[in-house]
Design a protein around this ligand. Structure first.
Ligand SMILES: *Cc1c(COP(=O)(O)O)cnc(C)c1O
Ligand SMILES: [Zn+2]
Length: 409
């Protein structure tokens, strides 16, 4: 195991930020790989994306080694949270397992809603229970942890809101520096959570794509590491834990359908990757859920590409929606998102802001869940898919509530 020089300051100061309750097995990380050209990259050096393909890199593990310790029994005895999947996560040294208690969120069976829709097996994976109130915590915990391990401690991120809040929190806990670039009309709660953590907040007159341009320039000038969605390989590894948890929660049998509100697609791609790894670990069989990507009518590049049978999503001009996390006009991982949807025999659909707001209200009234608009969008999608006959009433369906409605006040 080869480790690069580690910042002494971080090791000394972040002891309390680290999970030390139990000795977990080592990472079986081998290398990174470009899924387009197949080129391997050294995972123990700082990497970004494949410059030739302008696409994301994915982490590859020695799964035959991992399967000797990553058993169903071993897993259930480990402390809750994302780090119990240590063999198939990229962080090598236990001292870098940065945590605020993310992961192992509730999987709620929503029978009130199910009855209203005539469905027998409807679930919500409630990601609002994560630190900073959204599932962005999973990805940023992992990206920051691995970057610290590789000797970095200045970070920059363009964000629709929640990713910036999560970066600010994990950077604070690790005593690292965060610089967050956010559209100036992003939710106030996102702006506040960034500022209160002592991160630098830069409000940008434009969309996340404009924030990304500025963030990229400043990153280059100051030597900060850019943790934009899929511009580094490890946020995806953090988010894949949602797929791992789903498999375990359902007794190692995946649901029939997963409905996911898609912005940059980290969770969708991450879960799809997780399922392959679980199969190679011998923990699940060959069955896969149909992956459904939900976007907003005012910003639906993935839906347009899916319907147009294209393998690339073109930039969406004039993006607008109340679901800030879905206001991503150009997804860097478009090829991977579209491939996962198609391979899974899934689909993609766009829903209106009016429908999202009505479903947000319904979720609160019927199930007591104050969901983020992105989460509410998945309920809208279920209704459309039932109506079309694409969804069967007795199928096991999981909706992702990706964040708390409280973050949008
Ligand atoms: C970022 C975000 C999304 C989109 O997630 P991706 O994995 O980037 O597609 C959805 N919902 C919320 C609440 C978000 O913050
Ligand atoms: Zn490549």
């Amino acid at each position: 195991m080869k480790l690069r020089a580690i910042s002494v300051l971080i090791v000394k100061n972040s002891g309390c930020a680290i999970l030390q309750t139990m000795k977990l097995p080592e990472s079986s990380l081998l290398h990174l790989e470009c899924p387009e050209c197949g080129k391997p990259f050294n995972a123990d050096e700082v990497q970004t994306f494949c410059l030739d393909c302008r696409g994301p890199l994915l982490a590859r593990y020695d799964l035959s080694a991992a399967r000797t310790t990553l058993t169903r029994q071993a897993l259930s005895a480990r402390p809750k949270g994302i780090w119990r999947w240590s063999e198939i996560l990229p962080v090598r040294a236990p001292a870098f397992r940065l945590t605020l208690g993310e992961g192992d969120t509730p999987l709620l069976k929503v029978d009130n809603l199910g009855q209203a829709l005539g469905m027998s097996e409807l679930y919500i994976k409630d990601e609002s229970a994560n630190p900073t109130g959204s599932f962005k915590a999973r990805g940023l915990a992992m990206a920051v942890a691995r970057a610290l391990e590789l000797g970095l401690h200045g970070f920059v991120i363009p964000t629709a809101g929640n990713a910036g809040g999560a970066l600010a929190a994990y950077a604070a806990r690790a005593r690292a520096q965060a610089h967050v670039y956010m559209p100036k009309d992003a939710p106030i709660s996102n702006q506040m959570e960034v500022k209160i953590s002592g991160a630098e907040l830069v409000l940008v007159d434009g969309l996340i794509s404009d924030a990304a341009k500025l963030a990229g320039e400043h990153a280059k000038n100051h030597g900060w590491f850019d943790v934009s969605t899929f511009k580094e390989p490890y946020r995806c590894e953090g988010k894949k834990t949602m797929g791992l948890e789903l498999a375990e929660s359902f007794g190692w049998e995946l649901p029939d359908v997963i409905i996911y509100p898609t912005g940059g697609g980290t969770g969708l791609v991450g879960m799809w990757k997780a399922f392959d790894e679980l199969e190679q670990l011998g923990l699940i069989g060959a069955g896969r859920p149909r992956m459904v990507s939900v976007q907003a009518e005012g910003c639906a590049p993935v839906v347009r590409a899916f319907n147009g049978k294209s393998d690339r999503a073109q930039f969406w001009d004039g993006a607008h929606t109340i679901a800030a996390g879905l206001r991503v006009p150009g997804a860097f991982a478009d090829r991977l998102i579209l491939r996962a949807i198609r391979e899974s025999k899934g689909t993609a659909l766009a829903v209106s802001d009016e429908e999202i707001l009505a479903c947000q209200k319904e979720l609160a009234v019927v199930e007591g869940l104050f969901a983020a608009p992105e989460g509410a969008a998945t309920l809208t999608a279920v209704k459309h898919l039932l109506q079309d006959g694409w969804l069967g009433k007795n199928e096991r369906v999981v909706l992702f509530n990706t964040g708390s409605g409280l973050k949008y006040l």
